[in-house]
Design a protein around this ligand. Structure first.
Ligand code: AP5
Length: 240
């Protein structure tokens, strides 16, 4: 059995998965895979696959399991291989989103000899999600996530200057953050992804661990808690 666990950041649209991934990468050295960012990149291509993805994502529906599982599976295998097979500190943002995807991940982890995932559920009330998505801005070049909100309760990147602090790119609204599409994304979360949380809640230690986190707090505070939980379970996995 390999050391470490795959960490799943789960939560509704706007719950802060992308913000946490980026804090975990920049401040704690985790490697993150974001399926949303991967698919957006693919959707920008001038190909028939790119066109199909643009249509699905613009509608707020989920991309089919086969496409997503193939893309994430090959990324995980290559990153685990690069980390000398340990697979420690690999965070998945936005995957799995269906029970079929969760089963596909189980199969992959078994294949590469890793224990079940550490599932961290960022729980945020719906009115807060809607407010956050309406205020989100993203760098048109690198995809860094910003907010029109600011102040001590936030601790993410503030969109105040209108330009990305990393590369000076323009900050824009995401195409799927319009009101109509947001409600379809939330509906897809309730129908397809909430059952995935149930799927993980019933697990034992070896086959996976589920933790609910209060996602309606300062972003840096959440990242610190995520990091503490991950380190605790990584140590426990090594010792087990
Ligand atoms: P994806 O990009 O993953 O979108 P999502 O799940 O809807 O999540 P978001 O990116 O909207 O929100 P987030 O939780 O990352 O929040 P963020 O950190 O940005 O997926 C897009 C599409 O791709 C899907 O609709 C689907 O079509 C497809 N797709 C992706 N994965 C798929 C899969 N596995 N299967 C099938 N299809 C898939 O934060 C939001 C805002 O809040 C920001 O402005 C941020 O600054 C702010 N904020 C963050 N944290 C805090 C905080 N603690 N306090 C205050 N403000 C905060």
């Amino acid at each position: 059995m390999r050391d470490g666990r795959i960490i799943l950041l789960m939560g509704a649209p706007g719950s802060g998965k992308g913000t946490q991934s980026s804090l975990l990468e920049s401040q704690f050295g985790f490697t993150c895979i974001s399926t949303g960012a991967m698919l957006r990149e693919e959707a920008r291509q001038d190909t028939s696959a790119g066109f199909r993805l643009r249509q699905i994502m613009a509608s707020g529906e989920l991309v089919d399991d086969r496409t997503v599982c193939a893309a994430v599976g090959s990324q995980i295998k290559s990153l685990v291989a690069q980390s000398n097979g340990s697979g420690a500190n690999l965070v998945l943002d936005g995957f799995p989103r269906t029970v079929e995807q969760a089963m596909c991940l189980d199969q992959l982890l078994e294949e590469i000899g890793m224990p079940g995932p550490l599932v961290l559920h960022l729980d945020v009330p719906q009115d807060v999600l809607l407010r956050r998505l309406a205020r989100r801005r993203q760098c048109a070049v690198c995809g860094a996530i910003y907010s029109l909100a600011s102040g001590p309760g936030f601790a993410g990147l503030s969109a105040g200057g209108g330009r990305c602090r990393i590369d000076g790119g323009t900050l824009v609204e995401r195409d799927d953050d319009s009101e109509g599409v947001v409600s379809r994304r939330l509906a897809a979360y309730e129908t397809a992804t909430l059952p995935v949380l149930d799927y993980y809640r019933k697990r034992d230690f070896r086959s996976g661990i589920y933790r609910r986190l209060d996602g309606n707090r300062n972003a840096a505070e959440i990242a610190k808690e995520v990091c503490d939980i991950v380190l605790f379970f990584a140590d426990t996995a090594v010792a087990a």
